[in-house]
Design a binder for this molecule. Structure first.
Ligand code: NAP
Ligand code: MG
Length: 506
């Protein structure tokens, strides 16, 4: 165990809470402060300024405007990034159209697959560089970017590489063709992974791409452009244009875009749906969530507590399918809460680049303010708990917390916080659990914790959520379709279902 013993529990001295707020109790009563284990930044070369990636080249924005991207764990700027105006968007769409007409629709499916395999392999080779850059720009713990985001992004390219020359088997008997140019807009919570979820299926199905990353996390998508160059992907097949909401709006409403794929908030999703209503653009929307993690009395309780903790505090709660509502069977609720508090006390909050960190930085000052506001509202709605850990003195951090005994009508039970904030309710019967889980305007995901297989299947079949996990949570795989019900959007990403969103199927 890599830690320094502070003192034994038998000693009378008062426990000193270390700067990063971490006190870990072991069975023998020792308390440990984990020694810092920072990942080196030296593998990443951040440029002082990034341009737009249009037609295979880094290109200055026509209006010459740039904006800063911040390291949320310090609040300091990392670099500045080009802001694409409507004219730049137009150039990018023209490049994508030209590449579609002249190269991408002409080459064989097998060759498309070769490019995707190359991209996947180079991404694996450069995984550490991407992981460090993601943690710097986004604030997420290195253990997540290293073990989740980057490997899953590579897996997405590998999976889709395999499909390129087998699409006829995916849709037997149908005549299939690509749609043309895909305009894609993504959020800041999984910057590279969301880019992979969008780009890989587009290329596999023969479409070309213009993608806009989120304003606060553009750097890994821009580094991915280097991989496209390294893989010798033909010019214009993927174009990355950075900017804010206005850039996204001009991309999705551009007249020569055939398919719009958006992941982000329900609010912006609705705006996009109305902006393109009446056009012949195809659209998929992956939006917000308020997902329930249901814990039955027959669950393996320690695993369930860990699953609930991972489900909401993983990635600072910046997960669309975060298990932000725990529904706990009344008979075990007391012991569940006790175990939950104990586990939360042990979570390590701090430097995203430290390999021991469980909870990193909130992605932006604005998001932190939004979380704080909703937590204040929650304090009048339920019993509030947060661990007595200490937050770093700079950067945007928020303690993990939960509200117990909240009503189903409470704001904190209904509104997506998009932060490390959990609401807890109880239930007495499986039917009550199902009713409460489905009592939300969203329907992205759900979790069930029970040792009884029949109960798991019965409850899962009645949950109105696009993904239901049993005795686990937040597990992703490129073969499995992901998407939501109701205000969580429509369309699926991943699996055969995800391919169909990029194809004309006759
Ligand atoms: P957001 O504010 O909706 O932004 C998403 C993207 O849309 C960003 O690139 C944003 O640019 C851009 N945008 C803003 N206004 C636009 C407009 N009018 N037209 C076109 N694009 C526009 O969402 P976010 O705060 O980045 O992400 C959090 C949300 O994403 C949460 O609700 C979460 O649940 C959802 N999400 C869903 C999934 C899923 O698969 N269902 C996955 C991940 C996240 P700026 O960055 O400049 O604002
Ligand atoms: Mg940033």
């Amino acid at each position: 165990m890599g830690g320094r013993a502070l003192e034994t529990s038998t000693a009378k001295k008062k426990t000193k809470i270390p700067q990063n707020g971490t006190v870990v109790e072991t069975k023998s009563g020792f308390k440990y402060e984990y020694s810092p284990a920072p990942e080196s930044k030296s593998i990443v070369k951040i440029k002082p300024r990034y341009e737009l990636f249009i037609n295979g080249r880094f290109t200055k924005p026509i209006a010459g405007k740039y904006f800063k991207t911040i390291n949320p764990s310090t609040g300091e700027p990392l670099s500045e990034v080009a802001e694409a105006g409507a004219n730049d968007v137009d150039l990018a769409v023209k490049a994508a159209r030209n590449a579609y007409d002249k190269t991408w629709s002409k080459i064989s499916a097998k060759d498309r697959g070769r490019y995707l395999y190359r991209i996947a392999r180079i991404l694996q080779e450069r995984a550490r560089e991407f992981a460090v850059l993601e943690s710097l720009d986004n604030g997420k713990p290195i253990k997540e970017s290293r073990d989740v985001d980057i490997p899953l992004a590579a897996a997405h390219f590998f999976y889709h590489a395999g499909w390129t020359d087998k699409l006829n088997y995916a849709f037997p008997g149908a005549k299939i063709s690509a749609l043309g140019v895909a305009g894609q807009v993504i959020p800041w919570n999984f910057p590279l992974l969301m880019a992979a979820w969008k780009i890989a299926p587009s290329l596999a199905t023969g479409n070309t791409v213009v993608l806009k990353p989120a304003e606060t996390t553009p750097l890994t998508a821009l580094l991915l452009c280097e991989i496209f160059q390294q893989a010798e992907l033909p010019d214009g097949v993927v174009n990355i244009i950075t900017g804010a909401g206005a850039t996204g709006a001009s991309l999705v409403s551009h007249g020569d875009v055939n398919k719009v794929a958006f992941t982000g908030s329900t609010e912006v999703g609705k705006k996009i749906a109305s902006a393109i209503a009446g056009t012949n653009k195809r659209i998929t929307l992956e939006l917000g969530g308020k997902s329930a993690n249901i814990v039955f009395e027959d669950a393996a309780l320690d695993q369930a507590v860990e699953g609930v903790v991972q489900g909401i505090f993983f990635n600072q709660g910046h997960v669309c399918c975060a298990g932000s509502r725990a529904l706990v069977e009344e008979s075990i609720s007391e012991v569940f809460i006790k175990k939950l508090k104990r586990r939360m006390q042990q979570l390590r909050i701090g430097d995203p680049l430290d390999k021991n960190t469980d909870i990193g930085a909130i992605n932006s000052f604005e998001q932190l303010e939004k979380i704080k506001e909703l937590v204040e509202v929650g304090k009048s709605e339920g019993d509030f708990f947060e661990p007595n850990t200490r937050l770093p003195s700079k950067g945007y951090f928020h303690k993990p917390c939960f509200f117990n005994n909240v009503s189903a009508a409470a704001t904190i039970s209904r509104v997506e916080v998009f932060g490390p904030v959990l609401s807890v309710q109880t239930f007495r019967t499986p039917q009550e659990a199902i009713t409460k889980a489905n009592d939300t305007p969203y329907g992205l995901a759900a979790g069930i914790w029970s040792e009884k297989g029949s109960k798991v299947h019965e409850v899962a079949s009645k949950l109105k959520a696009g993904v239901v996990w049993a005795n686990t949570y937040n597990k992703f795989d490129p073969t499995a379709p992901f998407g939501g019900y109701y205000e969580s959007g429509f369309g699926r990403e991943g699996g055969i279902h995800g391919l169909s969103a990029y194809l004309e199927i006759k």
